[in-house]
Design a protein around this ligand. Sequence first.
Ligand SMILES: C[S@@+](CC[C@H](N)C(=O)[O-])C[C@H]1O[C@@H](n2cnc3c(N)ncnc32)[C@H](O)[C@@H]1O
Length: 219
Amino acid sequence: MVIDVFTLFPEHFEWFVRQRHVSNALAGGNQLRFRNYRDTTPLGAGQVDDAPYGGGAGMLMRVDVVDSALEAAYGSAREGIRKVALAPSGRLFDERLAAELAGEQHVALLCGRYEGFDERVVEHLADEAISIGRYVLAGGELPAMVICDAVMRKLPGALGDEESAVEESFSIALEGAPEYPHYTRPANYRGWEVPEVLLSGNHGKVREWRLAQARQRAE
Ligand SMILES: C[S@@+](CC[C@H](N)C(=O)[O-])C[C@H]1O[C@@H](n2cnc3c(N)ncnc32)[C@H](O)[C@@H]1O
């Protein structure tokens, strides 16, 4: 899989690419690339933004700047690349969407800044807008990291133990429910006891209990 992140701040991702599951996924042949809008802007002095028509606070990321960045990266061959504009008002990101994106060959994440994008970016350049939650962050870099994290941990070889991604919150194995509670040693700490069934050694009963707990959490 190839993920391209279009951003004004590629250096924000330096920490992210060093995370174990990310570096594992990259070592497995996947790619995470960064493209700075400023490197390909058609405007002078590295300009990427402009004042909104109609007035109002702040500046907007210009449509021609985003188009130039896509052009420099892909030429006219943009088909087959899932182009996502990051926006607070977009489709809410969840585990199902993470799985959907992990099934793509090539995803481009467009990070906004300032007051966001000229709407023509969303309408004509991106295939969709995705939001990581109904709150406003200063830029699309953290949302891009959230999406890359959730997507890349699903790629083969990203996690040390492949099984850990199979049965976790919102997975098919748990019928889309949140994960059941986990416990480890000590079995009794300050009188807070681990549920008896988990100490029973009866795998069938443990499985039943876990599924029941997950279902209860989904209610
Ligand atoms: C300050 S925000 C713009 C907010 C915009 N004026 C609004 O009210 O919806 C700047 C950029 O950060 C990114 N961003 C902020 N919050 C986000 C969220 N919850 N999900 C996805 N992207 C977000 C987007 O790329 C956005 O263009």
